[in-house]
Design a protein around this ligand. Structure first.
Ligand SMILES: [Zn+2]
Length: 77
């Protein structure tokens, strides 16, 4: 599970960018931290970079690997 110390630096949102899951090997729609709904692994990735493929981690359960956005940065203009 992702950790943080200064919660005041994060903003809660209901943005639907956090609702979907993304297949391994596809482009990340946002930069940020993604969590695998299959095994709980977490990664940080730049926007447009490819999400880790099927072999990113061994699964004892055979759970489906699907990446879900957990945190994304807001860049100031
Ligand atoms: Zn996984």
């Amino acid at each position: 599970m992702a950790l943080y110390k200064n919660g005041g630096a994060l903003t809660h949102t209901l943005d639907n960018a956090f609702d979907g899951t993304h297949s391994p090997g596809t482009a990340a729609p946002h930069p940020g931290i993604y969590k695998c709904t299959g095994c709980g692994d977490e990664i940080a990735i730049a926007g447009g970079h490819t999400l880790p493929p099927q072999n990113h981690r061994q699964h004892n359960t055979g759970a489906r690997i699907a990446w879900q956005l957990l945190v994304y940065p807001v860049q100031q203009n």
